[in-house]
Design a protein around this ligand. Structure first.
Ligand code: ZN
Length: 428
């Protein structure tokens, strides 16, 4: 009977997740001991992990979820609820409801201005369209940007996750910096002339708009799922080791790490896939927040990647370059060991093709106590500034390091196998 009761409670909680957004104004950030985390997962498959630190796992939880945790005798600590807006944010210097941060429309305007002001160096391209009919933009920066010269390509992409607003600004400002300094800096000119630098500031426009206007903590896209819930975590929807297990992503549509119904089922990931396969990409950074980490493959397994030493060396160099700017410490490491296991994320997939050095950079702050997903507008410039040398370095690295032909690196290629078959394959 007790077991049945517990199961019923679990099902009720899972079924109730669709209402989580409506109760957003009362959500809190809680932590549980890592040793209790397995029990916590009983309450909510694919709990919304924020980070792990000092043996505790931090989670966004609604009152209903906290009640379910209590019923399961999981001890949790309410860390904070002070970062939740109680109403629309005040208008700020940058204009718009989200202040100095870009909305999708503001970004489109600014990208068009960059293209207009830097003819020949910048080409704005639409790489996809979302479920709500928004365009996904890529800004290509190169000499003769409008023609395909087959030069080494590097990708800087932001905002897979809607609430991680700072991740829009860093790649956007990098593009702006390159264009505005082309005539001033020999270093910038050399890089731009020798490569194609692709900037995709907003991979998830629908989610970002929802985060701005409805629910600040929204993470996923806005896919209407079959069970009435919304959203696929597009950083669990890429095609390498997709659905490898239910720890690194979730099969439950209401989960914040729902992987979708199949690899590349979402227009956002399909757009990135087409872009990446269409050029000679040799490196990429996917920006996220928060934690101050530089993470590299694999994410889906704690086994090391074939080029683990090189991945680690590049990450270490980038961490050193970042620290040299104003002393901010970013910790580098393999994603599955440094953060938590993920599957179907962007960097595992881009790396799987030909071993392109692929990084998830978790931007500041370092933890919840320093603001979580909320960086003050006045910090945007400094966060970009400390990442700039690392971005320049990775671009130079890509130019200097051709990859073997795709699929020559001895790793398993992108495929859409069933999770079970894939799991069997990958265990051998
Ligand atoms: Zn993220």
């Amino acid at each position: 009977m007790r077991a049945m009761k517990r199961l019923a409670l679990v099902l009720a909680v899972v079924a109730g997740l669709g209402a989580a957004a409506a109760a957003a104004e009362t959500a809190s950030v809680i932590s549980v001991a890592k040793s209790d985390f397995a029990a916590a997962r009983l309450c909510r498959k694919g709990l919304d992990l924020l980070m792990e630190k000092n043996g505790r796992v931090y989670i966004v939880a609604s009152p209903g979820e906290m009640a379910a945790l209590a019923a399961l005798r999981v001890d949790y600590t309410i860390e904070t609820d002070r970062f939740l807006p109680s109403g629309p944010p005040a208008l700020a210097a940058g204009g718009g409801i989200n202040g100095a941060y870009h909305s999708t429309l503001e970004l489109e305007t600014d990208l068009r201005a960059l293209e207009r002001d830097h003819p020949g160096l910048a080409s704005l391209q639409e790489i996809g369209e979302t479920l709500e009919k928004r365009k996904i933009y890529a800004l290509k920066i190169s000499d003769n940007a409008s023609s395909d010269e087959g030069e080494p390509a590097v990708l800087f992409i932001g905002c897979h996750h809607a609430r991680e607003w700072i991740s829009v600004e860093v790649p956007f400002l990098f593009g702006k910096y390159l264009l505005e300094n082309y005539d001033l800096s020999p270093e910038v000119r050399d890089l731009v002339d020798a490569s194609e630098i692709w900037i995709v500031p907003i991979a998830n426009p629908d989610g970002l708009e929802y985060s701005i206007h409805v629910y600040r903590y929204w993470r996923k896209n806005r896919r209407a799922n079959v069970d009435g819930t919304y959203g696929v975590d597009i950083n669990r929807n890429y095609g390498y080791a997709w659905g490898f297990d239910d720890v690194g992503s979730s099969p439950h549509p209401g989960s914040d790490v729902f992987r979708g119904t199949g690899p590349f089922s979402e227009p956002e990931t399909a757009a990135v896939r087409a872009l990446f396969l269409g050029h000679d990409f040799r490196a990429m950074i996917s920006f996220h927040s928060f934690a101050q980490d530089i993470l590299y493959p694999w994410g889906f397994t704690t086994e090391t990647a074939p080029t683990d030493a090189a991945l680690g060396a590049i990450a270490g160099t980038m961490a050193g370059l970042i620290a040299a700017v104003q002393g901010t410490a970013y910790v580098s490491g393999q994603a599955s060991r440094a953060l938590y296991v993920t599957n179907g994320d962007a960097t595992d997939w881009t790396y799987s093709l030909a071993g392109a050095p692929s990084y998830t950079i978790e931007l500041p702050p370092v933890d919840i106590d320093h603001g979580g997903f909320f960086n003050d507008e006045s910090a945007i410039g400094a966060i970009f500034g400390e990442n700039l040398p690392a971005m320049l370095y990775l671009t130079r690295y890509a130019i200097d390091h051709p990859l073997p032909a795709r699929r020559r690196v001895p790793i398993r290629k992108d495929r859409a196998a069933s999770p079970v078959a894939q799991r069997g394959k990958l265990r051998d």
